[in-house]
Design a protein around this ligand. Structure first.
Ligand code: ATP
Ligand code: MG
Length: 583
């Protein structure tokens, strides 16, 4: 059993959730309604909760967003500024005579206009759909097509390379708004600056209902073609709840989420949760850069940091000693999501940040954190923690097309399932009702991930159902094999797959990226296999190891095991629209 560790004493403020079991017993989602304001004229609106209500409560001067430009420079937007700017953008949508049902896309990178577009779109009652700026023309086209985008806010260069080539095939797309031109190009290619300068500062938010569509978010495409998950204004209940009781936001906190709004963490936790809590949200335009990141943590006096395992592994890899070179004394809490967080990474956090990295689990479909570790609860390295209050999670087996059985015994692997009904649950996959319906079986939302629950109620990720390896009668989750290999000094990254084998069903194969300074030798392979055999037994240890310069990953940083497998087997690679450049 892994060693339990807890937050360093003295670093945490009194946690908002100080007794998990007690809080969980008492908590009901409807209580959150009283913590939110609701629209003055009735209804619920994400942007009102995130921005305007803080102005109403006298906090207009607090910095809402501190934006750090990739070429230097900083822009501070107070809650008052954001309120006015988003009012203007809502007025722009009105001026363009858009409908509430319209979908407003953004393809800009992390610049202030993205955040203003999101908030203005919600105020108007339309749907916000963010895209990764690094997507090529085909993925941009696919998503605009599925989403029926009416407007896209983008830059001159992205328009020219990624939107213009397919505009002919996008009959719904009426307007392109360019953030970096001074004047309108023609009557459909418009200038952000021109439109915004002409728009009024005042906007009356029309009534939006809790169930009105607000966000269309595409999944990461790790297992196949990305799906467009629909979220509604009521999701703000979960942003509020998890911001307060999981991420432990307190008034005055400075918070930084490194995710891009092109995937759901960057919206739920890179825009909404911190703003709903009226704290200061740091946004860095630049992508990963170890020294820059440590400098931001130090200079911006970040208190709460939400990042991802890939980023943590990269920090581990560069070998800078953060505590020696940077003052991270303001940093109170670190969280991670998106991929399994290897125990090795948690131990690294203890040793090199003097903090516990709190893993949590959720999906685009869940709209918010569902299972997590908490500031006040002991952490078992390698575990995702426990379901948030208000969420019932179980390990189940499908016993038929419409029947499941709940696995009561601890430590038995099964499908990770959630009881539907939480406020930020997706309300559909756009234009794919069958797929949506297929996610719900016998009163459960079946996540597609395999996990187990231990006797203390902690959940442990095993793997995606699609990635699970069946070898010599064993079900092997790639995560457990990867985590053991990560313990080896030479290993920077690892992806494990099953390769069909006539005798044992599937053979476990590991693809390994080495730390600088290590040579890919046969001796090293032996040493790695030895470690895996010792820790996992010979049935589960990889039978084959291949060294690689890089692993294929999604742009949100997830190892695409299905691609490792397709390449190994010489099969079709399928949808690679979210694949990060591998050079
Ligand atoms: P697609 O559904 O298109 O294949 P995706 O599932 O990667 O892509 P996301 O919704 O961004 O799209 O990711 C959710 C998935 O990420 C989860 O289902 C799980 O497999 C993985 N994940 C997220 N957090 C964790 C975690 N803490 N530990 C392990 N896996 C995680
Ligand atoms: Mg998924």
């Amino acid at each position: 059993m892994s060693q339990h560790i807890i937050q360093s004493p003295g670093k945490s403020k009194k946690a908002n959730l100080d007794n998990y079991d007690l809080f969980r017993e008492k908590f009901r989602w409807e209580q959150v309604r009283h913590k939110l304001d609701g629209l003055p004229g009735g209804g619920l609106n994400l942007a009102y909760e995130a921005v305007d209500r803080h102005v109403q409560h006298g906090h207009g001067e607090t910095i809402a967003i501190r934006w750090l430009g990739k070429k230097g420079g900083q822009i501070d937007l107070t809650y008052q500024d954001l309120s006015i700017q988003s009012n203007r953008f809502a007025n722009v949508l009105d001026m363009l005579k858009l409908q509430k049902a319209d979908r407003i896309f953004v393809l800009t990178g992390r610049i202030p206009e993205l955040y203003i577009t999101a908030l203005g779109t919600w105020k108007y009652g339309a749907t916000f759909c963010p895209l990764f700026s690094a997507f090529g023309p085909e993925p941009v086209y696919q998503r605009l097509d599925i989403g029926g985008g009416k407007v896209i806010v983008t830059t001159k260069a992205y328009y020219k390379n990624k939107v213009k080539p397919s505009w002919d095939k996008l009959p719904n797309l009426e307007y392109v708004i360019l953030t970096d031109v001074e004047e309108n190009v023609d009557d459909r290619i418009l200038s952000w600056k021109w439109l915004m300068s002409d728009a009024s500062d005042n906007y009356h938010i029309p009534e939006t209902g809790e169930e009105d569509m607000a966000i269309l978010h595409f999944t990461s495409g790790t297992t196949g073609k990305p799906k467009g998950a629909i979220h509604v204004h009521k999701a703000v209940f979960v942003h509020y709840m998890t911001g307060k009781y999981v991420l432990d936001m307190h008034p005055g906190d400075i918070y930084w989420c490194t995710a891009d709004p092109g995937w759901v963490t960057g919206t739920s936790y890179g825009i909404l949760a911190p703003l709903v809590h009226g704290i200061t949200n740091i946004i860095d335009e630049k992508d990963f850069d170890a020294e820059r990141w440590y400098t931001i943590l130090e200079e911006q006096k970040v208190n709460i940091w939400y990042t991802a395992p890939t980023a943590i592994r990269m920090l581990m890899r560069v070998g800078i000693e953060p505590l020696e070179h940077y003052d991270l004394s303001n940093l109170r809490l670190v969280y991670s999501v998106g991929e399994p967080l290897n125990p090795e990474a948690v131990h690294w956090g203890r040793d090199h940040l003097d903090l516990t990295i709190n893993d949590n689990w959720w999906q685009t479909e869940t709209g918010g954190i569902m299972i997590s570790n908490y500031a006040s609860m002991p952490v078992k390295p390698g575990s995702m923690g426990k379901p948030i209050p208000g969420i019932e999670a179980a390990i189940i087996n499908k016993t038929g097309s419409d029947k499941v059985e709940i696995i009561k015994d601890s430590d038995v692997v099964g499908q990770l399932a959630l009881k539907p009904g939480w406020p930020s649950m997706f309300r559909g996959y756009l234009h794919n009702e069958d797929r949506y319906n297929a996610s719900f079986v016998d009163g459960w939302y079946v996540s597609g991930d395999l996990a187990r629950k231990d006797a203390d109620g902690y959940f442990w990720f095993v793997g995606r159902a699609d990635d699970i390896i069946k070898t010599a009668g064993h079900m092997v989750g790639p995560f457990e094999v990867e985590s053991v290999l990560m313990e080896h000094d030479a290993v920077a990254e690892v992806g494990v797959i099953g390769v069909p084998d006539p005798v044992i069903g599937e053979m476990v194969k590991a693809f390994i990226v080495l730390h600088d300074g290590f040579e890919p030798t046969e001796d090293l392979k032996l040493s790695l296999t030895g470690l895996a055999r010792k820790r996992l037994g010979s049935a589960v240890a990889p039978k084959e190891i291949e060294f690689k310069e890089n692993l294929p990953k999604t742009r949100s940083g997830k190892v695409m095991r299905r691609l490792l497998k397709a390449r190994e087997l010489g099969e079709d690679e399928g949808d690679t629209s979210t694949l990060e450049s591998e050079s």
